[in-house]
Design a protein around this ligand. Structure first.
Ligand code: SAH
Ligand code: SF4
Ligand code: F3S
Length: 470
């Protein structure tokens, strides 16, 4: 699962599926198969869906050919993400032909964006369900079993699925996602999320802490608190208790000093000193912040409606490093947004140099129908220019990232063991608090997954540290 977390961040955003999972085959009458695309939020939602389906008598299978119900939890963030899903749908044609009773459902952001149109465009699809309507899945399945196509894409101002215990999918039992809020009120002009996920709402704090406690009791050692903009988390309980994101971080950190707490994603305009001080105060709150910048140029940032300037971002990074020395920092960058000039692109390159990110997710701009940018601006940077700028951004990041990783040689990090390394079962893999992947030989007896060890770094590539237990 922690492998998965890494994978989620590195690959799922590129639109790749994560491997499905196996349930107890004897417990259920019917089988469902689910694949998730897009961000961690979608992965987390699939775990809620699995719980709802278990209650409806569906157990999980890893083999879509034997499924009674195939579900794709989809992403709309870039055009490519939607193309990937359409290609995948066609892979299921033969399976459905062999088993005409099989139902195929589309969940998530693409379902929300395209609504009933999806049924016209993709004849194969029987069920379309938006992110706030998963509780209606059992009824929609009943309708579809009766031969009707069924759709529910109602967005909600309240739904947080707070009372549903997610069924952990493909979990390695070390790390889990915990959703703390849904939706987004930010309206970045390039972004489809506010349209597919609806208004922002925060989940009841006590239910979040209870879920973290429950995971800890089951042996998990890491939680990642998820939201599109975690710093604007705010919840008032029935008794009138007000909880900010800083308070919530503290509450989850207190579950156990052995439970690592991570979170994603922070918005530069909303992350407060209060949050930074809370991170600094608790050893088990990971010293790592994902702080998407999107562009290094103030005019472009304004067009994107990010509401901060290049200088504001620099100051945030400075503040983070003052309050949390050695904090890991990563970002998201978009190349070739509407009207971006060559000079403005160079500002992004120089920002990368200035900020010294440990890692970055880098994309070229993909216009999404219905977004503010699609309505207001012309997508006028030619494709080949977007691609060239993207590759310059990637080269620049890798250049500085290699140096960044090299500087860790000789340092000692506390590592939470996540399992065997991909390449060899003679090595462990885990991550530092700063979220860097560390591989080291199993030359100490008695260690197991979920243990913490001190590892001294002996060498580095641009994305992995190699070390030895001390
Ligand atoms: N809520 C998070 C992440 C949202 S989506 C945040 O605000 O950071 C993840 C990333 O996808 C964004 O940070 C952005 O870099 C990228 N992205 C979003 N819309 C995009 C688009 N239309 N084209 C290219 N990249 C996009
Ligand atoms: Fe999209 Fe901006 Fe909201 Fe992130 S903060 S989900 S980029 S609108
Ligand atoms: Fe994609 Fe929806 Fe997440 S558009 S990035 S799955 S919120």
């Amino acid at each position: 699962m922690a492998e998965l977390l890494q994978k989620d961040i590195e690959e799922l955003r590129q639109g790749e599926a994560y491997a499905p999972f196996e349930g107890d085959p004897n417990q259920f009458d019917k089988k469902f198969y689910i694949e998730s695309y897009g961000c961690a939020m979608n992965f987390s939602d699939s775990e809620v869906v699995a719980s709802i389906l278990n209650d409806r008598g569906f157990g999980a299978t890893k083999n879509f050919e034997e499924a009674d119900l195939i579900l794709l939890n989809t992403c709309s963030i870039r055009e490519k993400a939607e193309q990937t899903v359409r290609t995948r749908l066609h892979d299921f044609k033969k399976a459905k032909h062999n088993n005409p009773g099989m139902l195929i459902g589309v969940l998530g952001c693409m379902a929300e964006r395209l609504k009933a149109k999806l049924l016209e465009e993709e004849k194969l699809v029987d069920i379309v369900v938006g992110p706030d309507a998963y509780r209606s899945l059992p009824d929609l399945i009943t309708e579809a079993e009766g031969g009707q196509k069924s759709v529910n894409v109602l967005l909600s101002r309240e739904e947080t699925y707070a009372d549903i215990s997610p069924v952990r999918l493909d979990s390695n039992g070390v790390a889990a996602f915990v959703s703390i809020m849904r939706g987004c009120n930010n309206m970045c002009t390039f972004c489809v999320v506010p349209f597919t996920r609806g208004r922002e709402r925060s989940r009841d704090a006590d239910s979040i802490v209870k879920e973290c406690q429950d995971l800890f009791d089951r042996g998990f050692r890491e939680v990642t608190l998820l939201g599109q903009n975690v710093d604007s988390y705010y919840h008032t309980s029935a008794e009138g208790k007000e909880v900010t994101f800083a308070n919530l971080l503290e509450m989850t950190a207190k579950v156990s000093p052995l439970l690592r707490v991570r979170f994603s994603t922070s918005h530069p305009k909303d992350i407060t000193d209060d949050v930074l001080h809370t991170i600094a105060k608790y050893h088990n709150i990971c010293k790592y912040i994902h702080l998407p910048v999107q562009s290094g140029n103030t005019r472009v940032l304004q067009l994107m409606n990010r509401t901060y300037t290049r200088e504001w971002y620099f100051n945030k990074v400075k503040r983070i490093r003052e309050i949390i020395p050695g904090c890991g920092l990563s970002t998201d960058i978009i190349s070739g947004f509407c009207t971006e000039t060559e000079e403005e692109h160079k500002d992004t390159l120089s920002l990368i140099e200035h900020c010294d990110f440990d890692m970055a997710y880098m994309y070229s701009y993909s216009e999404r129908p219905g977004t503010l940018a699609a309505r207001r601006y012309t997508d006028d940077v030619p494709d080949e220019v977007k691609k060239r700028r993207l590759s310059e951004i990637i080269d620049q990041q890798h250049l500085f990232q290699r140096e960044n990783y090299k500087r860790d040689i000789g340092k000692v990090f506390e590592v939470l063991i996540e399992g065997d390394s991909k390449k060899s079962n003679k090595d462990w893999v885990g991550r530092s608090s700063q979220n860097k992947v560390i591989v080291f030989p199993k030359n100490k007896e008695g260690l197991k997954k979920c243990d913490y060890v001190q590892v001294k770094i002996t060498s580095a590539t641009s994305a992995t540290l190699i070390g030895e237990i001390i």
